[in-house]
Design a protein around this ligand. Structure first.
Ligand SMILES: Cc1cc2nc3c(=O)[nH]c(=O)nc-3n(C[C@H](O)[C@H](O)[C@H](O)COP(=O)(O)O)c2cc1C
Length: 223
């Protein structure tokens, strides 16, 4: 059991959000194994509300172009409202990981144009060869989204175990109406996020940093 814990911890140490991919495809068999493993997470009533839509190849390239143009126009309308504000420690953590990314790719503080271009790369899915769009039934509300979160995390860890890199992305969910129209996504389902995946470009500047985590004492309150 100790060995299992160490292996799991090692996997989590190796997972990171990848923002640069090489031009190499993930096979359907590997994807099937990742999804079937991630499906083992718990969900309320075992509802397993996640549904995945795989987009790749020419269809993905067209989608990148459509979203890039829409994002430049700032036509955002997510199904699930984005956080209204990040305050206190959440604001600090958000700033810190943002600055880590900007430092890694050489964007100077205050360079709004370069920051905006970096943000737009979300809509090209950082050139990943594949994406899966995760949706949940509207009727299951917040708990459906929660169950999807568990699935998303497990997907990223299972992929790591196979040497495949991932990044969950909420940014494209801001352009849900465009994705829904182009991909004919179900009106009764909310768009949660995308997972972009493929093989990491280990030399890509955006992949040269790792985020930190809060201290144990900051997350556990003992009464
Ligand atoms: C639900 C969710 C949505 C995210 N959306 C984005 C996104 O739109 N763009 C992005 O660059 N990173 C996104 N991320 C990645 C986070 O920034 C990243 O997980 C966090 O900074 C911790 O870094 P790590 O994943 O490398 O450990 C998202 C992560 C999660 C779990």
């Amino acid at each position: 059991m100790t060995i299992d814990f160490q292996s799991f911890n090692h996997l989590l140490d190796n997972r990171f959000s990848c923002r640069g991919f090489i031009d190499k495809k993930v096979s359907k068999n590997e994807l099937r194994e990742i999804v079937q493993t991630a499906q083992k997470v718990p969900s309320w009533c075992n509802a397993q509300p996640w549904q995945l839509t795989l987009v790749e190849g020419k269809k993905l390239d067209t989608l990148r172009n459509k979203l890039w143009e829409a994002a430049k126009e700032q036509l955002h309308k997510p199904d699930i409202p984005f956080p209204s504000s990040y305050e206190g420690v959440y604001k600090e953590r958000r700033r810190e990981c943002g600055f880590q990314l900007y430092d890694a790719v050489g964007i100077k503080k205050g360079d709004r144009e370069a920051s905006f271009i970096q943000t737009l790369k979300n809509y090209c899915f950082f050139d990943a060869p594949h994406i899966v769009i995760i949706t949940t039934p509207k009727a299951l509300g917040t708990y459906g989204v929660l169950d999807c979160g568990a699935f998303i995390t497990a997907f990223t860890i299972a992929a790591t175990a196979k040497g495949i890199s991932t990044i969950p992305q909420a940014a494209p969910a801001g352009l849900a109406p465009i994705l829904r129209e182009y991909l004919l996504l179900d009106e009764e389902r909310d768009f949660v996020c995308v997972i972009s995946f493929g093989y990491s470009d280990d030399n890509h500047p955006a992949n040269q940093f790792r985020t930190g985590r809060a201290e144990f004492e900051d997350v556990l309150e003992i009464l």
